[in-house]
Design a protein around this ligand. Sequence first.
Ligand SMILES: Cc1cc2nc3c(=O)[nH]c(=O)nc-3n(C[C@H](O)[C@H](O)[C@H](O)COP(=O)(O)OP(=O)(O)OC[C@H]3O[C@@H](n4cnc5c(N)ncnc54)[C@H](O)[C@@H]3O)c2cc1C
Length: 360
Amino acid sequence: MSDTTSTAVEDFVLESGEVISSDQIIDITVVGAGPAGLFTVFSAGVQEARCRVIDSMPQVGGQLTALYPEKVIYDVPGFPKVTAKDLVDRLYEQAQQFNPEIHLSETVVNVERLKHRILAVTTDRGNVHYSRSVVIAAGIGAFTPRLPDDEVFAGFGEEHGFYTAVRDKSKFKGREVVILGGGDSAVDWVLGLAEEARSLAVVHRRNEFRAMGHSVTKMRELAEEGKVNVITPYNFKSVDTDNNGHVTGVTVEDKGGAEMHLKCDRLLCLLGFKNDLGPIVEWDLRFEDSAIKVEADMQTNIPGVFAVGDIASYPQKIKLILTGFADASIAVQNCIPYIRPGKKASHVFTSVRGLPAGSK
Ligand SMILES: Cc1cc2nc3c(=O)[nH]c(=O)nc-3n(C[C@H](O)[C@H](O)[C@H](O)COP(=O)(O)OP(=O)(O)OC[C@H]3O[C@@H](n4cnc5c(N)ncnc54)[C@H](O)[C@@H]3O)c2cc1C
């Protein structure tokens, strides 16, 4: 049994007795695919480190995607102004050059240090990802979809016809679809599914929709053409299921308590996201000011575990996108000697060296 520096494939016996081979251990696992996480992936690629990123949201982009996709940002260097959505698209494209492993809709619930300097990253799907180092880029916590009623929908999933994101439009083709929500993604998916669905209704608690004006106009036009039923101001009341627990309809009610029943076999709930630091506070990390305390090299109190972006705390920290980028670059620079003991990260400008062979 040896350390992890060799490039030859070798086996490691863990405390549990489980044997894992070195090619199951990735160099860097990034927790969070917000701007700091995505730039960490890029920075890792520049250093030829194999990288995986895990995020609880169905899309990358962190707060920019979940909270303000259409807002214009003015303080990202090189962009006099850019919408949050466009910035995320650029960051994603930049990170994708290195073919990282990307796991979405998956929340990291534990990070544990094992023998042989191996870190085990466990997720809510029961997956254990082995890694030589971990960069926590978890921002203000894991974003998870807001549900109309947490108790009622506990245990409900896509296998029951209940969706909180559209990953595959074909699942809605020829179906009776009800969308709950009144923001950008609800209206976008009304437009996106109008041609796919057999019937389509959108239910929102207000008459006004919080979405881009031209999208709302288009939705109203579809309503006039009879392609979508816009039901406002109504709130979710209850869901009906068959004997297999499959959604068969929803009941909604107006402010006066008058109920309306809508038949459906696809219920798409797009009510935004809630964030929660959740399990991270239990990972034996040192916290200060509700963030993870890091040293100047971005390392936390757990060797091999780094933190960047909004979740990282150090003197004079400013929680901005651009500081997250700088954190990411410093963290990766300091990950390299950790994952390849004896080696230093070579700091050469990408403009001089170019990107490593194999990048797109
Ligand atoms: C309304 C608003 C406007 C803003 N405007 C600006 C601006 O103009 N300019 C600017 O510079 N900054 C702005 N900010 C701040 C900026 O959004 C943050 O500084 C930035 O998003 C931090 O990036 P991050 O990658 O550290 O974290 P986040 O963007 O929060 O991303 C963290 C990601 O980690 C994921 N995650 C967390 N925990 C887990 C877990 N256990 N498992 C898996 N995934 C997990 C989350 O789901 C999330 O996707 C604004 C913030 C808000 C709220």
